[in-house]
Ligand binder design. Structure first.
Ligand code: R5P
Length: 263
């Protein structure tokens, strides 16, 4: 692996433990002003110090993150559809590799939609993006998106989708946690990171999911709604961080949510 590529990946997966806490704030690219992400700068600013990397679009990067922020940016470069469509799989590459380099992105990210009507285009998008991005040592993170079909999130489907992403050259894969997740992680030859998905009912649900995913082989989280839709987002990201990087138990992490004065 080239030095540049390795260096970029090591900015995301922390060299001390090979793990990561990514903050996902790219939801607006198809969801518009998502609840509690209406003003991206206000959502991102207090969380920035606790994230290892941020996943976002170029629009939010330019408008809502100061250029002196010393954090790796994982730029979402796919899009082209909105939540108003039944089928969300009709995506294309919306941001060029040249633009990603101009923005000093550390990695680029796109979604693939295995089994969806536009499966073919999304997988070919991945392959072409890898061809282009790797020329510049830019790693590609593939997201195994399920669109509105959240019920697809089982080990059989996610193993298939993650493996396809890795086979086409993704250096990192982001997917969902599911029962039997070790099968997903074991059959994917590149590091797997989990998304949080829609906000879970309780804090413990989100913290237990984080712990279970790590125990089953994930290298970290790229979490959005379970952090910034929480009533106290800073303690929540600190709690997730404690599990990912500090070997905290769920109980120890949950105690951080009760600390006063850090909202
Ligand atoms: C999905 O639209 C985005 O790629 C998000 O980055 C991803 O789903 C992670 O965010 P959340 O934890 O809210 O699911």
């Amino acid at each position: 692996m080239d030095w540049g590529l390795r260096n970029r990946i090591s900015r995301i997966l922390q060299p001390a433990d090979g793990r990561t806490v990514m903050l996902a704030v790219d939801h607006g690219y198809f969801l518009g002003p998502t609840h509690r992400l209406e003003k991206p700068r206000a959502t991102i600013a207090p969380l920035l110090p606790y994230a290892d990397a941020i996943m976002l679009t170029r629009g939010v990067l330019r408008t809502s993150v100061d250029p002196d922020a010393d954090k790796p940016m994982v730029l979402r470069v796919s899009g082209g559809t909105s939540v108003l469509q039944e089928d969300l799989s009709h995506e294309t590459i919306t941001t060029s590799v040249k633009e990603a380099l101009r923005l000093n992105a550390t990695a680029v990210a796109l979604s693939i939609f295995v089994g969806a009507p536009h499966e073919h285009e999304s997988i070919v998008n991945l392959a072409h993006l890898v061809n282009e991005a790797e020329e510049f040592g830019l790693p590609v993170l593939a997201v195994t998106a399920v669109g509105k079909e959240l019920e697809k999130r089982d080990a059989r489907y996610l193993s298939l989708a993650c493996r396809i992403a890795a086979e086409h050259g993704a250096r990192l894969v982001k997917t969902y946690y599911c029962e039997g997740f070790h099968k997903v992680a074991e059959s994917c030859p590149v590091p797997v990171i989990i998304a949080g998905g829609p906000k879970l009912e309780t804090d413990l649900d989100a913290l237990e999911m984080t712990r279970d995913a790590l125990e089953a082989g994930a290298v970290g989280v790229d979490m959005g709604r379970n952090i910034w839709q929480h009533d106290t987002p800073v303690p929540m990201i600190r709690a997730v961080r404690a599990i990912v990087h500090e070997k905290a138990t769920v109980k120890e992490a949950a105690a951080l949510l009760k600390e006063k004065g850090k909202r």
